[in-house]
Design a protein around this ligand. Structure first.
Ligand code: GRF
Length: 190
């Protein structure tokens, strides 16, 4: 049984989608959700899904409390599903090649500190890109720089607003993120 922790800073629609995707599986479970924001809607989703959720701020990540929580729940793998904090070195060392993230653009373009949510889609539209998409990658000590696992693309039309782009990108996330999590967790000798 693989025990997977989900980290989300905001709405948590990806987290919910992932949980639904795996709900009938016996070989993977999601014992907890961690958010750095106590007001994040992901806590509401967790309640509805009967999954314990916790708020761990920057301090709890830096002082090891968040890592202890993961170890107490025998977590094998961590999925960042819209998580805005940088993962501290100690957690990266405890989970080598076992933390993955999704970014709503085709890295290395439109990544890095401050590039999240609507800021990404606004930058893509402003740059008059003809396509965008998602990148799923291993997490390392820098934002959005880990080894890329998977990318999927969608077209950006000249008439697309950032919200139109966001809708297309979310559709890719919901379609591919659970599948990539599945192939990543069950293909490595984790
Ligand atoms: C997604 O667009 C994801 O690519 C990015 O953060 C957003 C999270 O959205 N990392 P949600 O909280 O899953 O709805």
């Amino acid at each position: 049984m693989k025990k997977v922790a989900l980290f989300a800073s905001g709405s948590g629609s990806n987290a919910e989608n992932i949980i639904h995707y795996f709900q009938d599986r016996e070989d993977i479970s999601f014992p907890l959700i961690i958010s750095n924001n106590k007001a994040a809607y992901v806590h509401e989703r967790a309640k509805r899904l009967h999954i314990p959720s916790y708020t761990c701020g920057k301090e709890a990540f830096e002082n090891g409390e968040a890592l202890l929580l993961l170890q107490q729940n025998e977590i094998d793998f961590i999925v960042l599903a819209g998580f805005l904090l940088k993962v501290p070195e100690r957690m990266l060392q405890a989970y080598p090649q076992k933390i993955i993230n999704i970014h709503p653009a085709l890295l290395p373009k439109f990544g890095g500190k401050g590039m999240y949510g609507s800021y990404v889609h606004e930058a893509v539209v402003a740059a008059k890109e003809t396509n965008t998409g998602i990148t799923i990658h291993y997490v390392n000590e820098n934002y959005d720089e880990g080894q890329i696992i998977f990318q999927a693309k969608c077209a950006v039309l000249p008439t697309d607003s950032p919200d139109d782009v966001a809708a297309k990108v979310h559709a890719l996330e919901y379609e591919y993120f659970p599948q990539v999590i599945n192939s990543t967790i069950f293909s490595t000798n984790t």
